[in-house]
Design a protein around this ligand. Structure first.
Ligand code: PLP
Length: 376
């Protein structure tokens, strides 16, 4: 082989790539700060970080979390919390602790898909509660609670997955009252609440009168730190929390010590990171909202979530989003059809769009492709 001359310089990157600066992906994923937290923990307390821990969770993480939840309006002691391997595990633990086969579980319509899986695997009879753009309808809930004697109501009240909708305070209060009056557990799953781009924070259902001894609040680090850490938590009344701890002991003894200690350190800087993420995601939501009218067929409707990751759209008759997806994917773009999110009677004209993973420019391009895919 002969070497002729030094290769010529390549043409420069596109202007957009040169001006973007530091990698938004790295910033959004908090890579540098999390890596530093892991290094510090391994340098300062390797024996502890690599040892077994308690099932309830590392004291440093529980106290940091308790302070955070308290600061957000719900007085919480570290002992009120159980650290879980993602909030998905919290759902499994609650199902083990609460659900006997045949028990009735009420869910939103539509509902977070993997919660339907958990309750289904536990042998529950799953019934959807009718609702609207503000979430479940309190009168419909009251009726179902009286006629069906459910054990549990599962809700994502803030920036729901899949719809992005948020339940107003008055409804939360009504639900807490219904639960108190009829003896119902409420599972309030809140992985998205910190991702608010505008509007006012709505208090957790757990903080309303009547809720204290019957609402389980779930939180997660997946959307504000990194999903690969597999860190979540549940805040539950004593007897239920202890039953969940027994179920967790059987499932995995405890959540990885190293991850817990690193997250406890990262909590000190989490607010700054969340502020960065909010600004980036908020701009992405706006980019999607700006392009939707041109992308979806005439007669479509969609919402404008104040936070979270998703928005929900409904196409006019006779569009079937499950059937259409194959055609749309040929244009190298995708959405999630609404159908699997329904416990019963799916609305096949609905779809979920995620607005956080692409840049505004990519979102604009994705919407152009979506329009092409939908128009055949
Ligand atoms: C409503 C809801 N609950 C729970 C989870 C699971 O999150 P984690 O990664 O904490 O297990 C998700 C993940 O998308 C979710 O949307």
């Amino acid at each position: 082989m002969t070497v002729t001359s030094a290769p010529a310089a390549l043409p420069p990157l596109a202007a957009r790539a040169r001006t973007v600066g530091g990698s938004p992906v790295r910033e959004i994923l908090a890579v540098t700060g999390i890596a530093a937290a892991f290094r510090t923990v391994l340098e300062e307390s390797p024996e502890r970080a690599l040892q077994y821990s308690t099932t309830e969770g590392e004291p440093a993480l529980r106290s940091g979390l308790a302070a955070r939840v308290t600061a957000q309006g719900l007085p919480t002691d570290p002992d009120d919390l159980l650290v879980t391997t993602g909030s998905q595990q919290a759902l499994s633990l609650l199902a083990s602790a609460l659900i006997d086969p045949g028990d009735t579980v009420l869910v939103e319509s539509p509902c977070y898909l993997a919660a339907l899986q958990v309750f289904g695997l536990a042998g529950a009879r799953i019934l959807p509660v009718p609702g609207d753009a503000d979430g479940v309808d309190p009168a419909a809930l009251e009726e179902l609670v009286r006629t069906e004697r459910p054990k549990l109501l599962y809700l994502v009240p803030t920036f729901q997955n899949p719809t992005g909708r948020t339940m107003p305070a008055a409804r939360r209060a009504a639900l807490a009252t219904t639960a108190a009056r009829h003896g119902l557990w409420i599972v309030e799953d809140d992985p998205y609440g910190e991702l608010r781009y505008d509007g006012e924070r709505v208090p957790w259902i757990a903080s309303f009168p009547g809720a204290a001894d019957r609402v389980v609040l779930l939180g997660s680090f997946s959307k504000v730190m990194a999903p690969g850490l597999r860190l979540g938590w549940l805040r539950a009344p004593g007897a239920l929390r202890r039953a969940c701890a027994v179920a967790k002991q059987a499932a995995d003894l405890h959540t990885p010590t190293l991850n817990q200690l690193a997250a406890a350190r990262y909590l000190d800087v989490l607010d700054g990171h969340v502020a960065t993420v909010r600004a980036v995601y908020g701009a992405r939501r706006d980019a999607m909202l700006a392009g939707l009218a041109d992308a979806l067929p005439a007669g479509s409707t969609w919402n404008r979530p104040e936070g979270g990751m998703f928005l929900w759209a409904r196409l006019p008759e006779p569009y079937d989003t499950t059937a259409l997806l194959r055609r749309v994917v040929e244009h190298d773009v995708a959405y999630v059809p609404g159908e699997p999110f329904y416990a019963a009677d799916p609305d096949r004209s609905t779809l979920r769009l995620c607005f956080v993973t692409q840049t505004p420019e990519e979102i604009a391009e994705g919407l152009r492709r979506l329009a092409a895919g939908l128009s055949g």
